[in-house]
Design a protein around this ligand. Structure first.
Ligand code: SF4
Ligand code: SF4
Length: 386
């Protein structure tokens, strides 16, 4: 299937985590995750061309904590060799051990989670004493490798929005994105929720205040949540009608360590095995059942392009009315406006990713060319250990 619009995939490569975040079921001191699971490296490699055929061009490695996967550097180099841009979200504890190898392997974006502008509170919530120093060192090394570094903050009671710009600048972050808290279990294997954490049991007014604070923060730091997406989530919180449908299952997917592919983390049954993806249709039934930020941000930014693609297909089959109806909707105007507003930020991000790719290009080709060698003959930094 040759789709013109790129798709995105969040890939959980393990259910193991070394941190103890109060608001997450992957935490090391909780029992929800069950036996430790790590995606099989060869199976991961065989899945990549299938994902590429489905239009996936952006893949984020996540966990649990992806840096505890014993073959994480190889997973990055395989992703890049398959023609898919690779990002990673990590708690940062093992960053300084791996970041140079990851950059050489072709990582194009580093995302580090942060819970508070007060790093002592962040450390306490993560249960990782000494994390501040390790983050500072790891991020400094990432910047030496010209990797763009993004903070990922879950809206919670510790955040301290007004103090964030100073902390983010001091640590060396280029930009920040916010995700929204979840108190109900997901239907999938993802455990990034907590039914009991006081940090995330925010009521409607607290959530709306947080969205306002994020909107204000956009004037002081580069925030990647589009203004239109913040407004859409505010409508969700107020129980109002949503403007755009989620692209989960069409242009955004979740894959887990079992190599099952899901419409999203929240969905309660997988679309199937990733190895059957060529035979699995897109899931296009409208859905606005949750406020997961990554899906909401991407849905808002891609809605106009999705509508244009649908209109093109309708025109090609002679359905002029359907084509016109697809294009001339208020939601398309909202999406276009979001795109126009975000274009400078998107360009800056793309530019820094291109610079990273060209800076690390030679090394990456060298890494790719060593992939077929036995471990003993590969460069030391390509033999990652947890
Ligand atoms: S939020 Fe991230 S770092 Fe914290 S327990 Fe969950 S997976 Fe681990
Ligand atoms: S709105 Fe939520 S539940 Fe629905 S497809 Fe998107 S991410 Fe999944």
């Amino acid at each position: 299937m040759n789709l013109p619009l790129p798709a995105v995939c969040d890939f959980s490569i393990t259910n193991v985590c070394n941190a103890a975040c109060d608001f997450c079921g992957f935490a090391r001191d909780k029992t929800l995750a069950g036996p430790a699971r790590y995606v099989d490296t060869d199976a991961f490699s065989r899945a990549l061309p299938i994902l590429h055929r489905r239009g996936i061009r952006y893949l984020t490695l996540q966990g649990g904590e992806p840096l505890v996967h014993p073959d994480v550097v190889r997973l990055v180099s395989q992703t890049v060799a398959a023609g898919i841009s690779c990002a990673m979200i990590t708690n940062g504890w093992f960053l300084s051990r791996y970041i140079k190898s990851l950059a050489v392997a072709g990582l194009c974006q580093l995302i580090v989670s942060l819970d508070s502008a007060d790093l002592a509170e962040h450390e306490r919530n993560r249960g990782l004493e000494g994390l501040e120093g390790r983050l500072a060192k790891g991020i400094a090394l990432a910047r030496e490798c010209d990797l763009p570094v993004q903070a990922s903050i879950t809206v919670n009671r510790l955040v301290r929005y007004d103090d964030l710009p100073d902390t983010l600048r001091r640590l060396g972050f280029d930009h920040v994105s916010f995700s929204y808290p979840r108190s109900e279990p997901f239907g999938s294997t993802s455990l990034v929720y907590s039914e009991q954490s006081h940090l995330v049991d925010l009521d409607r007014e607290e959530l709306l205040d947080a969205l306002d604070a994020i909107g204000r923060l956009r004037k002081r730091f580069t925030v990647l949540n589009p203004r239109a997406s913040l407004a859409e989530v505010a409508r969700y919180v107020r129980g109002e009608q949503q403007a755009v449908s989620c692209i989960g299952g069409y242009k955004y997917f979740y894959v887990d360590w079992n190599l099952d592919i899901w419409r999203c983390e929240a969905w309660n049954e997988p679309m199937g095995s990733v190895f059957d993806l060529d035979r699995i249709p897109d899931q296009r039934e409208p859905c606005n059942a949750c406020m997961m930020a990554c899906y909401r941000n991407a849905s808002m930014l891609m809605h106009a392009a999705v509508a244009a693609t649908d209109a093109g297909r309708a025109l090609a089959s002679g359905q002029i009315g359907t084509a016109v109806a697809s294009l001339f909707r208020r939601s398309v105007a909202q999406s276009l406006w979001a795109l126009i507003e975000e274009t400078p930020r998107i360009r800056r991000l793309a530019r820094s990713r291109r610079q990273t790719a060209s800076t690390n290009g030679l090394s990456r080709r060298q890494t790719a060319s060593t992939n077929g060698l036995p471990a003993s003959e590969r460069p030391a930094n390509d033999r990652a250990e947890a």
